[in-house]
Every structure is written in C-alpha cells, then in structure tokens.
Design a protein around this ligand. Structure first.
Ligand code: HEC
Length: 109
C-alpha cells in the first residue's frame, strides 16, 4: 500500500534530511523524523504494548532500520540513531550504548 500519504511523508522526510547531521544521536531530531514518517501506522501503542518485540536498544534500532527499508529506505545511519534514541528515551528506556548516546544521553531520558 504505497498510498499518497506515504509518498507525502517521504517527500517531507527528504526535506528534513537536508538539515545538518548532529555529532551525537539527537532525540529531538529523531522525534521529528519519526512523526514525519512512522506516525501514519502506529502511534504510541505498539511501543508500549506487552510483550514488546524489541528487548534491547539494538532490537529497537533493528526495527527502526527495518521499517525504514520497508518504506523504501532513505534514512542515513545518523537518522536511524536519532529515531532510535527518541523511541528508546520515550518508551523503551533500555541502556543506550555510549557510542550512540554520548553527551545527549541525558536528553533522551
Ligand atoms: C505500514 C505500517 C507501519 C509503518 C509505516 C511503520 N510501522 Fe512500525 N510496526 C508496524 C506494525 C504492524 C508493527 C508490529 C508488528 C511487528 O512486530 O512487526 C510495528 C512494530 C514496530 C516496532 C517494534 C515494536 C515493539 O514491539 O517493540 C518498532 C520499533 C517500529 N515498528 C518502528 C517503526 C519506525 C521507526 C517506523 C518508521 C520508519 C515504522 N515503525 C513505520 C507498522 C508500521
């Protein structure tokens, strides 16, 4: 189902991707990316359901990467980190590897 809404979301995503990449994962930017593209299908419920499919930070990142692919790709590794940190900080609260969170870890909580 490649609907007009998904095409619109992809166009908006392309626009947001033109902004500078942050040095460390940025949950605020991740929120915008997520809301632009992923909100279409599932709002908050899928991330707070029990049991959740994602059991670790890496699992969450895996889902983010999988859904990016599912929707045609286009997110850079930085975009995927940003969205993962946003989802993790908002719903999952798994320990975030220092390589991804760095100084922004406090923001994600
Ligand atoms: C076409 C509808 C659809 C879109 C668009 C979509 N998702 Fe999902 N997502 C689902 C469904 C349905 C599930 C639950 C089934 C499953 O576990 O695979 C899910 C599950 C997930 C989970 C795992 C939830 C858990 O149980 O822990 C994550 C994380 C996730 N999606 C992230 C994303 C991200 C990030 C995007 C945007 C790139 C996105 N999704 C876009 C339908 C969608």
């Amino acid at each position: 189902m490649r609907s007009a809404r998904i095409r619109l979301a992809l166009a908006l995503l392309a626009a947001t991707s033109m902004t500078q990449a942050a040095p460390a994962a940025d949950p605020v930017r991740g929120k915008t990316l997520y809301e632009t593209r992923c909100w279409i299908c599932h709002e908050t419920s899928v991330h707070s359901r029990s049991p959740r499919s994602a059991k670790t930070f890496e699992d969450v990142r895996g889902f983010v990467a999988r859904w990016d692919k599912e929707l045609g790709g286009g997110w850079s590794p930085e975009d995927i980190d940003d969205v993962t940190v946003f989802l993790n900080g908002t719903y999952y609260r798994y320990p975030c590897p220092a390589s991804v969170c760095k100084a922004n870890q406090a923001l994600a909580r």
